[in-house]
Design a protein around this ligand. Structure first.
Ligand SMILES: [Fe+2]
Length: 236
């Protein structure tokens, strides 16, 4: 199967206890390169990759030094370009929501749904109920809580690994705000006559203090207040 090569990326950075952030990038269209992030969670020497991203051989060595890759977890409907490669490389358990099939391969080993038993003790799953297509997020319940989203929430206060053209487009499209709700994602995912506000209000009921999305940079501390301000601005 043809899978895209790894892009240059940064080394993993530990955001909070046993939660590592890796920033890579992806070319969305010619000249439009944006950052793309993976979060690696660790329990008892086992790793779960959230928003999985293929790494370079050096990156894979660094990742494998953190632990054994046992779980691949697709949180976002639009993501998954590297999942088939990673499943093939690691033979890990692949998790995604039912019908999260923009990238139909690999087929899920486990379906991510609210009743499912998650692989690590400190994980909590959040499932959007109102979106047109499946989307979810995960909270890592350590150090005040780290909310890991995919396209739904993106913290954009800088533009690392984005091309010049992408920076201009992101500014024009309203991406550049802290703890933002991804503007094109929101437009696509909102049903006709519907609103995602109840989902975001429910999300704000979870315990988290930090957040990281599949694009943008991590927000350490004050994440719930920042997201609350976004929800008030967008839906108020
Ligand atoms: Fe995305």
């Amino acid at each position: 199967m043809a899978t895209p090569p790894a892009e240059p990326h940064d080394p993993p950075v530990e955001l909070i206890s046993d939660a590592f952030f890796v920033q890579s990038s992806i070319e969305m269209a010619r000249g439009m390169r944006i950052n793309r992030n993976m979060v690696v969670l660790r329990q008892d020497g086992e790793l779960a990759l959230l928003n999985p991203v293929r790494l370079t051989p050096e990156g894979e060595a660094r990742l494998e030094a953190l632990g054994e890759v046992k779980h691949l977890i697709r949180l976002g409907f639009f993501h998954g370009v590297d999942d088939a490669y990673l499943k093939d490389r690691y033979g890990a358990t692949f998790w995604c929501q039912a019908r999260s099939n923009v990238h139909p391969e690999p087929t899920p080993d486990r379906i991510l749904e609210e009743s499912v038993e998650l692989p690590f003790r400190d994980m909590s799953l959040f499932v959007f109920h109102q979106t047109k297509k499946p989307e979810c997020a995960m909270v890592w319940n350590r150090d005040g809580g780290l909310l890991v989203a995919c396209d739904s929430i993106q913290h954009h206060v800088s533009t690392p690994r984005c091309s010049f053209m992408a920076k201009a487009v992101m500014r024009a499209m309203g991406f550049m705000r802290p703890a933002n709700i991804g503007p094109p994602w929101r437009k696509f995912m909102t049903k006709k006559g519907g609103s995602l506000q109840p989902d975001f209000e429910r999300l704000l009921g979870l315990d988290f203090d930090h957040l990281v999305g599949a694009h943008g940079t991590p927000l350490r501390g004050g994440a719930k207040a920042a997201l609350g301000a976004t929800v008030a601005r967008v839906y108020g």
